[in-house]
Design a binder for this molecule. Sequence first.
Ligand SMILES: [Zn+2]
Length: 251
Amino acid sequence: MKMSAPWRAVLSEAQNLIWPPLCPVSHQPVRAHGELAAEAWSRLRFVADPLCRTCGLPFDYPFGGADVTGRFCASCIARPPYYDRARAPLVYDEVSRDLVLPLKHADRRESVERFARWMWMSIGRQVQDGALILPVPLHWKRLMKRRYNQAGLLARAMARQAGLGFEPDLLLRRKATPSQAGQGARSRKRNVSGAFELTGKLEGQDILLVDDVLTTGATVNACASLLKRSGSGRVDVVTLCRVVRETDLTI
Ligand SMILES: [Zn+2]
């Protein structure tokens, strides 16, 4: 149903009376849902150069050491991932966690457009024309419980903004993997191995894979492995946040 502008304004006013817009980080009142208070902006840590050209790990963090060329992290040299490049605009920490968790567990979609713009800014220049945007899928049981896939919301908003194709059903999760929270790299990798399936052909198609947080990279790597084996072109990855320290693997 298409609503006229005056009705939309009335509805938005009524919504603001029932749920006054609060900054998701500082919980101070703001003008509209999805806005951040000035103080929250100064606390957010954006990923900045220099960073690993493959996985996007910034080098100014404790376990972010570069190799001798200064271009790749030690982990990407030792075990190159299947994806071509991963980027994220935000460092995952206690501040950005307050942005991601509501997106994961409640109906807080008002921030999605803003996050999608940040994500696109972090990788858009490097994405090929004609690339297809795919969200990292949830298993249908988890989707039923949560009612929506937060990666899907981000991916759809980004596809609309960038004018690229969006295919939420091409990549499916066939195995209901246990929650990854608090697990180390090895068990995350084991959990997602063989967890995904493709429902269509790729034939050289470039892909931009979208998720909310990059932790060890095991999930996006399992997806990228399947996409590449199935004949995709480039596989780039973009997430809203990325973990930069091993101690942050508690999500
Ligand atoms: Zn790396």
